[in-house]
Design a protein around this ligand. Structure first.
Ligand code: FPP
Length: 241
């Protein structure tokens, strides 16, 4: 069966650009980190809503390679939030059968956070109910550049013949090599741009840009967006039949 013939009811892999935490906090007269904390609570609810909606893979953009430009206070607050999130959610990931993975360049992250990331990946590796991928210090261009470097090393060492480099080869070097491509990319907060997120992987994804700020993105809003996807006709470059 070709992708054209395949009738899909809902997206199997949903990727989310969780935007709007800062504005949400400012509207409430609170510091930006308050919005990120509220955003972290939403992450748990959305992860838990996946199985009932047949979403097997959820990928979330938590920190981009460009986010280091934010104030030192905000960056430190986010890093501390990520550390606390992993510790706090560990038990719930096991209870909910969530397999956790991270994508992005870990080199710039602090040692303590990296250790927590490694440990939670190892601890949840055999869980199969939901696959949660957290993009941390992630940038699509950076990912492709790192992949190309490793590919070039394999060519230089004679492990890969340049003749064999094609669309199937390069993705094997990406951080997402074990994941299917996203079917649907959602961005909250009304901004209609993709901000360097999953550039290669989203070539044929559907996009949904919604006004809701991330801390207000409830499972009900999530379900509504997923229902909208069900009415779309994905053609992967083919013609209407
Ligand atoms: C964008 O909103 C959001 C981020 C850069 C951080 C995303 C992080 C979270 C949702 C926190 C929790 C995540 C995990 C995995 C624990 P913004 O700050 O750019 O909002 P603004 O555009 O309104 O300023």
């Amino acid at each position: 069966m070709s992708k054209l013939d395949k009738k899909q009811d809902g997206p199997r892999h949903v990727a989310i650009i969780m935007d709007g935490n800062g504005r949400w906090a400012t509207q409430k007269g609170r510091p930006r980190i308050f919005g990120h904390q509220a955003g972290a609570k939403r992450v748990r609810e959305i992860v838990e809503a996946c199985p009932d909606n047949n979403v097997k893979y959820l990928t979330i953009f938590a920190f981009s390679t460009e986010n280091w430009k934010r104030t030192q206070t905000e960056v430190a607050g986010l890093m501390s939030l990520f550390r606390r999130y992993i510790i706090k959610e560990a038990e719930n990931f096991m209870k909910e059968g969530v397999c956790v993975r991270f994508i992005g360049d870990r080199i710039k992250l602090d040692k303590k956070l990296r250790k927590l990331m490694d440990d939670i990946e190892e601890m949840t590796a055999n869980n199969t109910r939901t696959n949660l991928t957290i993009a941390l210090n992630y940038g699509g261009r950076d990912e492709v550049a790192r992949a190309t470097k490793r590919l070039a090393e394999d060519v230089a060492e004679g492990r890969l013949n340049p003749k064999d480099v094609d669309e199937e080869t390069l993705p094997r070097y990406l951080d997402t090599y074990v994941l299917p491509d996203p079917d649907l990319v959602i961005r909250t907060s009304g901004e209609a741009r993709i901000s360097n997120f999953l550039l290669w992987q989203s070539a044929y994804a559907e996009y949904e840009f919604i006004e809701t700020l991330w801390p207000d993105f409830t499972p009900d809003v999530f379900e509504k967006v997923l229902k909208g996807y069900g009415t779309r006709d994905r053609r992967f470059g083919g013609a209407l039949v």
